[in-house]
Design a protein around this ligand. Structure first.
Ligand code: MG
Ligand code: MG
Length: 259
């Protein structure tokens, strides 16, 4: 059984969702050729702490930083480093917060300057696959409906869907049940109920979906070293339409989404 959240809990998750959304936008402002991923980590940690929250990635399972910064063929869990971003790179930034005992968690893949057409397509399709997943995150559906929506959209463009990692419930812990795979069959998996709070986070590859873990135990690479993208939002399952707890409005200046 997965317990739906109370409205009081959802309010705290909403605050965390807003914080991670704003923190991602703050990091995004600093992304440019010549900047290191370690510098982006510092921007995020400062922003999160200045807003009275704690970066929940720092120390999680021994992770050494406040953000994951995954460049090009790194899918997720990239450790910030002295790598200097260059024109044409992409960098997936994943970050989270704890505020008043509840968690926030979202991710966005940023282009560094101009990227080639195929890479732009990868970013657009990955983000759209997330929205397809969110459309399926309604009460009465199952986690397999979300996975099916993400997978069928991404694969229709010939892209790969990473299976080794998945989305998750969120609350007092960053990772709670249910697991939310990015692939699946309609009508299968855990039943979604009004008030369940989940993170949906497609990890999509330009080539083959196979991945491996680097020697540092964290960075997850595509086996064929083609690019990968990762977008993540936190939502509340509702009847008819999920409610966004985090959004990309601060990154994209889309004022249509209100907190
Ligand atoms: Mg995340
Ligand atoms: Mg997550």
């Amino acid at each position: 059984m997965v317990r739906p959240k109370t409205e009081e809990e959802i309010e705290l998750l909403r605050y965390n969702g807003k914080l991670v959304s704003m923190a991602l936008a703050e990091v995004g402002k600093h992304i440019a050729p010549g900047v290191t991923t370690k510098e982006l980590d510092r921007v995020a940690e400062t922003f999160i702490r200045d807003n009275g929250a704690i970066p929940n990635f720092l120390g999680y399972g021994g992770f050494p930083a406040s953000i994951c910064s995954s460049v090009n063929d790194v899918v997720v869990h990239g450790i910030p480093s002295n790598y200097v971003l260059k024109e044409g790179d992409i960098v997936s930034v994943d970050l989270g917060t704890i505020y008043k005992g509840y968690n926030g968690d979202s991710a966005y893949t940023f282009p560094v300057g101009e990227v080639d057409e195929q890479t732009r397509k990868l970013l657009d399709v990955t983000k759209e696959s997330l929205y397809k997943g969110i459309e399926a995150a309604i009460a009465g559906n199952r986690t397999g409906d979300i996975g099916h929506a993400v997978q069928s959209y991404a694969e229709s463009f010939g892209f790969g869907v990473v299976r080794e990692l998945e989305g998750h419930g969120i609350g007092k812990n960053m990772h709670e049940r249910p697991g939310v795979p990015n692939y699946g069959r309609r009508g299968h998996g855990v039943k979604l109920e009004d008030g369940m709070t989940i993170c949906i986070e497609p990890m999509i590859t330009a080539g083959n979906r196979a991945v491996y873990v680097a020697k540092n135990g964290w960075d997850i690479y595509t086996a064929d070293h083609k690019n990968a993208a990762h977008y993540e939002l936190t939502v509340v399952v509702r009847k008819g339409q999920a409610e966004l707890l985090s959004s990309f409005e601060f990154i994209e200046n889309n004022s249509s989404i209100k907190f």
